[in-house]
Design a protein around this ligand. Structure first.
Ligand SMILES: Nc1ncnc2c1ncn2[C@@H]1O[C@H](COP(=O)(O)OP(=O)(O)OP(=O)(O)O)[C@@H](O)[C@H]1O
Ligand SMILES: [Mg+2]
Length: 244
C-alpha cells in the first residue's frame, strides 16, 4: 500500500483503464491534480473521498464530459483522452453518471431499449438485465420518473449493461437509496464485478471495499492513499480522509 501523490500501480500490465497525470479545472479552479489510477482487466477499483473531493470530476474527465488540461486516459491500451462517447462505448466503456442517469419521461422498457441501441459488443441482453434486476421486469411500462430511487439506480445500471461493457464506471449507485435496498444493489454489484471490471465511486465505504479489490482515496483532487481493499479498510488514516 502506498500513501503518496506519486505514480500508482497494481504491478500488472493488463489494464482496462490507465489514467496518467490527469489535471482538470473548472475555469481557474483546479479540481484534479496529477491523478494516476489504473483498473486491471480482471479487477475492480473503488474511488473514495468526501463530498467535493473530485470523484465525479474524475469520472467525467475519463469519459470526456469534462476536458482535462493535462494528462492522458487510455482504455484497453488505446489513447482516448477527451474522446467521444461513441468511441468509448466501442472500446467497451459503460458509464452510469451520478445524476440524470435515466430518461424520466420514458418507460423502463424504453430506457432499456435506448441502452441497447448502439451496443457494439451485442451480447448484453434485456433478459440478462431483467434476471439481474427482477424488480424492473415488473415495471416495464412504468415511466422512469415514477420509480423509487433504488429502482432508478437499478435501471441506470441495467441500461449501461446492455452495451456489455468491459469496464463499467459507476458514480454513487446507492446515493439516495433506502438502506434496505442498498444491500440489494451491493449484492448485484459484487456479482457484476465477477463478470467485468468496475470503477466504483461510493459513499458507503464498506460496500465499496466489498465490491472492489483495490481502492484509491481522493482528497481535494489528490490521490492520497491507494492499495488493496483489505489494507485500505484498516488504514489508520482512512476515516480522517473521509470525515466531513
Ligand atoms: N461544473 C462545475 N463548475 C465549477 N465547479 C465545479 C463543477 N462541477 C464540480 N465543481 C466543483 O469541483 C469540485 C469537485 O466536485 P465533484 O462533483 O467532482 O466532487 P465529488 O467528489 O463527486 O463530490 P460528491 O461526493 O458530493 O458527489 C467541487 O468543489 C465542486 O464544487
Ligand atoms: Mg460526485
Amino acid at each position: 500500500m502506498k500513501q503518496s501523490e506519486g505514480s500508482t500501480s497494481h504491478g500488472r500490465d493488463d489494464r482496462v483503464l490507465d489514467v496518467r497525470g490527469l489535471c482538470t479545472r473548472y475555469g481557474t479552479s483546479q479540481v484534479l491534480f496529477n491523478v494516476d489510477l489504473h483498473v486491471p482487466s480482471h479487477g475492480s477499483v473503488a474511488v473514495l473521498g468526501r463530498n467535493g473531493a473530485g470523484k465525479t470530476t474524475l469520472l467525467k474527465s475519463i469519459v470526456g464530459e469534462v476536458k482535462p488540461f493535462r494528462g492522458a486516459v487510455a482504455v484497453r491500451g488505446r489513447e482516448c483522452t477527451a474522446a467521444h462517447t461513441e468511441q468509448l462505448v466501442r472500446l467497451g466503456l459503460g458509464y452510469v453518471p451520478q445524476d440524470q442517469a435515466v430518461f424520466g419521461g420514458l418507460t423502463v422498457a424504453e430506457n432499456l431499449r435506448v441502452g441497447a441501441m448502439g451496443a457494439p459488443r451485442g451480447s448484453g441482453t434485456m433478459d440478462q438485465v431483467l434476471a439481474m434486476f427482477p424488480k424492473l421486469g415488473r415495471r416495464l411500462s412504468q415511466r422512469a420518473a415514477t420509480l423509487s430511487g433504488g429502482e432508478r439506480k437499478m435501471l441506470a445500471i441495467g441500461r449501461a449493461l446492455l452495451s456489455d461493457p468491459a469496464l463499467l464506471l459507476l458514480d454513487e449507485p446507492t446515493e439516495g437509496v433506502w438502506i434496505a435496498v442498498v444491500e440489494e444493489i451491493a449484492e448485484r454489484l459484487i456479482a457484476l464485478a465477477q463478470t467485468r471490471s468496475v470503477l466504483l465511486v461510493e459513499q458507503h465505504v464498506d460496500l465499496a471495499l466489498r465490491v472492489a479489490d483495490y481502492a484509491y482515496v481522493l482528497e481535494r483532487g489528490h490521490i492520497v492513499l491507494h492499495g488493496p481493499s483489505d489494507e485500505i479498510r484498516h488504514h489508520p488514516d482512512l476515516y480522517r480522509y473521509l470525515a466531513p
